[in-house]
Design a binder for this molecule. Structure first.
Ligand code: ADP
Ligand code: ASP
Ligand code: MG
Length: 409
């Protein structure tokens, strides 16, 4: 078999942890597999690099941001290659531009466009272990790019696709994908399998165990992904096609994110074209709008509109809405950061009624007010006051029968 193994920050946090990783790699090589590995920066390193960039220049040039923040992975790749050599394996490091991993020029959140896999395949054929620096690539103009926070997952899946690997193992600090973040819900249960669709929703709604783009890519390219721990031997979670999911709960997961800000416009003009100019301008500025609600017009030709944007886009959103004040004719603008989005995800929602009812009743029971609601075929999300995040998540986890030890619904 050909395997791509990805090791996240905590799995390579120090030389001792990296030495442990070499034994995992050696085990797979001894089992007769061809192995390529993808490494993250050592735990905390990327955050430190980002802080330095922000201290040096708050409105920084994203090309130089990438030059700085991509270095963490270079350090790990070199150290891992040395440790693997020390362990008796033939290994060398590969940086994004050396392979190359070609990306778009959208610095700090570039997309992987293609990977030239031949050199790595040749290397594996010779019995070597390529150690690839995750997170980084090279733009068409030759400059170094990074592919967004958590992007080593995507680098690993893209590499697995390019190398036609049989499986991509994502080694992290939890032993699989859980029904909820186990740091917040101690009763969370490990899933043996999860469908690409559910994993995609969970990742994009806050479960950062996999970067969203990595799941999208795995689904598109049919890459078999396993999430497992470098700290224990236990079997991980396989991300698979819907038809291969073993469990049958209606709801598979509960997620939360504090990444959004709530924007409210009061007494907006209620006439054709207003939403188009509002959301058109935000889209042109690359600002992603998520949940939207508009209240019923009160008969005075005015309406209120509430929507959410990514928290880091809040300041730009405010500036754009300021420019649009005349066009939209609103009275007041309010932007709040103290909100959190809670979601329940599950393919079973397609064929079961009452899922939304249970969510609303559970939150009402805890006296948690719902500010905005949005739904899709396999998820329901609500926006609530940030202080109730943990209470909401735990109550929903229990209400849907997901707590460890309760029978599967
Ligand atoms: P790495 O550095 O290995 O990439 P991350 O910190 O990016 O690791 O992702 C692993 C973390 O994801 C876990 O420590 C856990 O707190 C968090 N997480 C959030 N939601 C989930 C979930 N549903 N299942 C498992 N882990 C989750
Ligand atoms: N080191 C990068 C980050 O912390 C990429 C990754 O680990 O996936 O975001
Ligand atoms: Mg990660």
């Amino acid at each position: 078999m050909r395997l791509v193994l990805k090791f996240g920050g905590t799995s390579v946090a120090d030389i001792g942890r990296m030495r442990h990783v070499t034994s995992i790699v050696a085990r797979e090589v001894q089992a007769g597999h061809q192995v390529a590995i993808v490494v993250s920066a050592m735990a905390g390193t990327t955050n430190q690099l980002v802080r330095w960039v922000e201290e040096a220049s708050p409105m920084h040039d994203p090309r130089e941001y990438d030059t700085v923040v991509s270095t963490g992975e270079q350090v790990t790749a070199g150290l891992m290659a040395l440790l693997l050599q020390d362990h008796g394996l033939t290994a060398r490091s590969w940086l994004g531009w050396q392979i190359p991993i070609l990306t778009s020029a959208l610095h700090a959140k570039a997309r992987i466009l293609g990977i030239e896999g031949k050199a790595l395949v040749d290397s594996m054929m010779r019995g070597e272990v390529p150690v690839v620096a995750g997170f980084q690539g090279v733009a068409p103009d030759g400059r170094i790019t990074t592919v967004g926070r958590g992007g080593s997952d995507t680098a690993a899946v893209a590499l697995a696709a390019a190398l036609k690997a049989d499986r991509c193992d994502i080694y992290t600090d939890v032993d699989g994908v859980y029904t909820c973040d186990p740091r917040i819900v101690p009763a969370a249960r490990k899933l043996h399998t999860i469908s690409y669709e559910e994993m995609l929703e969970m990742a994009s709604l806050g479960a950062k165990v996999l970067q969203t783009r990595s799941v999208e890519l795995a689904m598109k390219e049919g890459v078999a992904v396993q999430v497992r721990s470098s700290f224990t031997e236990s079997e991980g979670t396989m991300v698979v096609d819907e038809s291969r999911v073993l469990e049958s709960e209606v709801i598979r997961g509960v997620t939360y994110t504090r990444d959004e800000a709530k924007v409210s416009l009061f007494k907006l003009m209620d006439q054709p074209g207003i939403s188009a100019s509002l959301f058109g301008r935000l889209a042109d500025a690359g600002i992603n709008v998520d949940m939207i609600v508009q209240t019923n017009a009160g008969g005075d030709g005015r309406t209120d509109m509430t929507f959410t944007v990514t928290r880091s886009d809040a300041a730009r959103t405010k500036a754009i809405l300021g420019e649009l004040k005349q066009t939209l004719g609103y009275d007041a603008l309010d932007i709040r950061q103290d909100v959190s989005k809670i979601s329940v995800v599950g393919l079973g929602m397609r064929s079961h009624v009452g899922v939304a009812k249970k969510m609303f009743e559970t939150l009402a029971d805890k006296k948690i007010n719902i500010q905005v609601i949005s739904t899709s075929e396999i998820k329901i999300s609500v926006l609530i006051d940030d202080v109730y995040t943990e209470l909401a998540v735990r109550s929903l986890h229990t209400a849907y029968g997901l707590d460890n030890g309760t029978p599967v619904l």
